[in-house]
Design a protein around this ligand. Structure first.
Ligand SMILES: [Zn+2]
Length: 244
C-alpha cells in the first residue's frame, strides 16, 4: 500500500501538462478562422488579432461613434473598438459571443479592448461605474447570459472599475431592430429602461457598454433613464464594434 505522501504526489497532476493532454484530444480553435491555437493564444489566433479592424476612435474625441449621439444626449466620451464588418473578424467575434454563447471570448475581448484603450488614452479616467445595456429578464433567462455584461467583466479586469448589472432595468421587450427604419427604432425604444429605485445612486461618471453600436437609439434611451433623475451625472459610451 502506497503511503500518504505518494498518493498525494500522484494526485497532483501538473496543471500545464494536464492542459496539454486535454488539448491533444480537444484542441482549442480560433473563433474566427478555426485554426488550432498555439501556446500563448487565447480564443483568437495572432493572425486574426492582427486583422482586427480597429477604429482608434478613443484617440479622437470627435468620431463616427460619438456622431450618433450628437444633439441627443450630453456625453463625455464615446468610442467603439472595432468596425463591424459583415463576414469579417469583428462579426465573427460578436456572433461567437452572442449566438454561440462563448462568454469567455466576451470577457477576453473586453479585456483586450480596455487594455489597448487604457495604454494609449485617458478614456477611462474619472469613470466610477460600468453598466451593461440590460436585456429583458425573459430574454436573459432564455439566452443564459448578457453579452454586454460578459464584455464588462473583461473591462473590469483591465481597469478595476466596478460594474452594476441591476442599476438599470429593461421594462419592455423590444422587437429586433435590424430591419426597422430610424423613426420606428426610436419609437421602439421609448420608455424601455428605468432606473432601479431600490439602489443607492452616488455616481459621477457612468460608462454604458454594449456589443455593437448601430443607430445608438438603445444606448440613448438607457442614458435618458439615468439623466432624467440625475441630470448632472456624466455619461460615456463604449462598444466592442460599430457599424459603418
Ligand atoms: Zn484565427
Amino acid at each position: 500500500m502506497k503511503n500518504k505522501k505518494q498518493i498525494t504526489r500522484l494526485l497532483q497532476v501538473p496543471f500545464r501538462g494536464f492542459r496539454s493532454i486535454i488539448s491533444l484530444f480537444y484542441p482549442q480553435c480560433c473563433c474566427v478562422c478555426d485554426t488550432k491555437l498555439i501556446e500563448g493564444e487565447q480564443h483568437i489566433c495572432l493572425n486574426c488579432l492582427l486583422k482586427m479592424p480597429q477604429t482608434n476612435y478613443h484617440l479622437q474625441p470627435e468620431n463616427g461613434a460619438a456622431d450618433r449621439f450628437k444633439g441627443k444626449i450630453p456625453y463625455e466620451r464615446v468610442t467603439s473598438f472595432l468596425y463591424y464588418n459583415k463576414k469579417g473578424v469583428s462579426q465573427m467575434i460578436v456572433k461567437a459571443i452572442k449566438y454561440k454563447g462563448n462568454t469567455a471570448l466576451g470577457q477576453h475581448t473586453g479585456f483586450l479592448m480596455s487594455q489597448q484603450i487604457q495604454q494609449s488614452s485617458p478614456f477611462f479616467d474619472s469613470i466610477d461605474l460600468l453598466i451593461p445595456i440590460p436585456l429583458h429578464r425573459k430574454k436573459q433567462k432564455k439566452r443564459g447570459f448578457n453579452q454586454a455584461e460578459e464584455i464588462i467583466k473583461g473591462i473590469r479586469k483591465a481597469t478595476g472599475i466596478p460594474f452594476d448589472n441591476n442599476l438599470i432595468i429593461r421594462k419592455k421587450q423590444t422587437q429586433t431592430q435590424t430591419k426597422k427604419g430610424r423613426y420606428a427604432r426610436w419609437l421602439n425604444t421609448i420608455d424601455v429602461f428605468t432606473l432601479n429605485d431600490e439602489k443607492d445612486f452616488n455616481y459621477k461618471h457612468i460608462l454604458i457598454v454594449d456589443d455593437v453600436l448601430t443607430t445608438g437609439a438603445t444606448i440613448e434611451a438607457c442614458a435618458q433613464a439615468i439623466l432624467t433623475s440625475h441630470p448632472d451625472v456624466k455619461i460615456s459610451v463604449l462598444t466592442l464594434a460599430v457599424t459603418e
